[in-house]
Design a protein around this ligand. Sequence first.
Ligand code: FAD
Length: 499
Amino acid sequence: EADIPSEVIAGLAELGVLGMTVGPEHGGRGFSQQNYCRIIEVIGAHCASTAVFVNAHHSIGVRGLELFGTDEQKRRWMKPMTNGDKLAAFALTEPDAGSDAGNVRTQAVPTPDGSGYHLTGEKRYITNGAIADVLTVMARTPDPSEPDGKITAFLVTPDMPGFEIVEARMEKCGIKGTATARLAFHEMFVPKENVLGRVGGGLKVALTVLDFGRTTFGASCTGAAKFCVERAVAHANERKQFGQTLGEFELVKDKIALAAADTYAMESMTYHTAALIDSGAHDYMLETAMLKVFASDNLWRIVNDTLQIHGGAGYFSDEPFERMMRDARINLIGEGANDVLRLFIAMVGLRGLGLQLQGVAKAPWNAASLVRPTPSLPVTNGILQPASARLARNVGKFARACRNTLIRYREAILDAQAVQARLGDAATELFAASCVYSRLSSLMQHPPQDETSFERELQTGLLSMKVAHRRIRGLLAGLRDNDDADLVRTANLWLGGSK
Ligand SMILES: Cc1cc2nc3c(=O)[nH]c(=O)nc-3n(C[C@H](O)[C@H](O)[C@H](O)COP(=O)(O)OP(=O)(O)OC[C@H]3O[C@@H](n4cnc5c(N)ncnc54)[C@H](O)[C@@H]3O)c2cc1C
């Protein structure tokens, strides 16, 4: 029926799911990010629509108010948002501001009496947009330092005159239970008390809540991936062809092993990132971006492989896999398209090294500062020694590859997207391997009683690190041996471009 029934939303509210990280003083559970992720993982394993609904309400809705709201704003909205009386949404995307989020065109013009702003513009693809009672809306306010103004976040309620729901539920490929809206604002008055955060500080609000949203993607993808592994194993053990169970065929084994290994990695990355947030660290935008890209890319393949293992049965709607496939597709687009995030990871990651290289160009006698020794990692158990040594070598190789790439391309790196994407992906694989290594180290120190599950976890983690190693090797080799120029030339002929 393409809906999340109101009794389900009421049930989620009753359980405390709609205000998990909100402090008890506002009626919330006061959960850490790690515990929040545990709940989202369970929801993601059952229903992607519900996970996206909770993400829009909580991770990118309530969180903004929690982190940037004034005492008065919190007093007014936090409790009703936590107990489900009021639902939240986050409205950034517009026809001309998708991946280019800084290009928001919605204008917020201050009223002459200084009491507030008149907002005019359009928003599209807004999850919960037509069912929300409080929307965080990004709009452009005048700023003396920027001719185009700066982006400011506003708390908007649908009863404001000038608020229009253009389309309440856009028809779409998957996560059909969620209501995705198109909205318009016609000189809609918003009082100045409803500015969220600083005037001109809207991008900071947006980027911060998206960090939480991307961590939530990691958790919900982990839940869905675990479900797939469980179902693929059950089917492979039961279904017989050619007189054997499917699980006896090597190509089926390969799919199951890789799914288990990548699921182990995404789970490790999710809880490592959540722990980083809980530690009070201020900057985790690279980790959340790497987690989102890794989890969504791999879940997409895992769902595909699970459907393949189920054969024709997987294609029919009485099994959940065709729905899961449609649902999983949004993860590669929402909250930053994966290709855009790959570039973001590379360019943000390379910034420090770029500045260092500029410094060395001015003072060549400092060149020695660019040489980094291969790091040594703590080893809690001899079994982990080969994996530890490989990971350390890969960190060293990656550092050298970054340095050589910057020396080779200089400013031209800004246009070399395929090169950036390889470095971004290699960084992501290194992050995955590091999170898995850290988890395996802890496993060796505190092994579980059950020997079978211990052996399986150890083997799965070690496989995951080997897979990361091969992927990194391929990505770094691709920096020198690739068809980038031919790809661009061919695409230009199709696109009618001149380059
Ligand atoms: C179901 C759904 C729910 C959503 N919910 C919300 C919500 O609640 N709130 C909200 O604000 N937004 C929401 N969005 C919007 C979502 O965040 C955007 O769709 C996403 O950021 C991509 O923007 P776009 O669709 O305009 O794609 P575009 O920006 O048009 O990009 C299309 C493709 O072009 C490529 N591309 C773009 N830029 C570059 C580049 N610089 N280099 C290389 N390749 C590039 C990428 O492959 C990208 O996938 C939702 C979207 C969907 C589909």
